[in-house]
Write a protein that binds this ligand. Structure first.
Ligand SMILES: O=C(O)c1cc(=O)[nH]c(=O)n1[C@@H]1O[C@H](COP(=O)(O)O)[C@@H](O)[C@H]1O
Length: 306
């Protein structure tokens, strides 16, 4: 989280660009004359992600590749994912791998060793999204590996999807289940606090539940948030404002489709044709940065920059 806080300060914004390549939505110049076989798709996903990274690397602190779209393609997809991770890091970005992994402790350790650590793992992600529902003994191996390898975790606490409340909002011992998860995560984070005041165990809390996000900010003083749900899922700057601390730190905000497929959005479609899709990505990224700087405590960061 110290690395993430440093990157956020350097960029003056907390935007994470989600790399969720979907074949049907790729810009036409990347798929022309292709049939959509896994090998072709993997090549197109790699080119698409690399060209997004080229645009956003000077602007934002991190990207979040979504493993699902690469796994769907089998081994060629996973090879492309590995190349995307390394390419992003070579361009100076931190990589949050969105895999939502977990299992019993001994298996969890294999996931952690596989995904986490730039120098020590085959995939080399800087952090990984993790599910908490197997309990504390399933999180401990991730915490141990992440600690050894200067990596981080983001544990699902309050997810952005409409159905998340079915289990997460159940009340047990007078507290919603997501608040119990929050207590566990913040305790683990408190044990690993770095110079920035946050520990290595972050939390996922969706932009689509702004009240709960603000409540969690108070309840989880040691925990950095990954906030998905901005843009395509309906979240805006006002919704994520409660996720930050008073310095404008403590949260990063992800947008995937809203940025990477900006060439299809009404605001940008008329300005840029399909061959100019990278310019749409750039403008959408600048627009999101401006919205967060104007509508959230993130404005504090940019004022501090020289
Ligand atoms: O862990 C995540 O990133 C995540 C958690 C959550 O609660 N909601 C959520 O949307 N996500 C991920 O964030 C991304 C959101 O994509 P967009 O809706 O296109 O911005 C997807 O990759 C989701 O899998």
């Amino acid at each position: 989280m110290d690395q993430l806080a440093g990157a956020v300060r350097r960029c003056g914004n907390p935007v994470v660009v989600g790399l969720d390549p979907r074949w049907e939505q790729l810009p036409a110049p990347l798929t022309n004359a292709m049939l959509g076989e896994p090998q072709e798709r993997a090549g197109a996903y790699l080119a698409f992600c690399q060209q997004i990274i080229d645009v956003v690397a000077p602007l934002v602190p991190a990207v979040k590749p979504q493993a699902a779209f690469f796994e769907e393609l089998g081994p060629v997809g996973m090879t492309a994912l590995g190349t995307v991770i390394r390419y992003a890091q070579d361009q100076g970005l931190l990589v949050i791998l969105d895999g939502k992994r977990n299992d019993i402790g001994s298996t969890a350790e294999a996931y952690a060793r596989g995904w986490l650590g730039r120098r020590d793992s085959p995939w080399g992600a800087d952090s990984l999204t993790v599910s908490p529902y197997l309990g504390e003994d399933s999180l401990t191996p991730f915490v141990n590996v992440a600690t050894q390898r200067s990596a981080g975790l983001f544990v699902l606490v309050k997810t952005s999807n409409p159905g998340g409340g079915l289990l997460q909002d159940l009340v047990a011992d007078e507290l919603c289940v997501y608040r119990h998860v929050a207590e566990l995560v913040d305790r683990l984070s408190a044990e690993t606090v770095g110079e920035c005041g946050y520990g290595i165990v972050g939390a996922v809390a969706g932009a689509t539940y702004p009240e709960q996000l603000a409540e969690l900010r108070q309840a989880m003083p040691h925990t950095w948030f990954l906030v998905p749900g901005f843009g395509s899922q309906g979240g805006g700057a006002a919704d994520v404002a409660g996720g930050f601390d008073e310095q404008g730190l403590g949260a990063v905000v992800n947008s995937s489709r809203g940025i990477i497929f900006a060439h299809q959005r009404e605001e940008y479609r008329g300005k840029y044709d399909d061959s100019q899709w990278q310019r749409a990505v750039e403008e959408a990224t600048h627009d999101m940065i401006a919205q967060l700087q104007e509508g959230t405590p993130v404005g504090q960061l940019s004022r501090k920059l020289p």
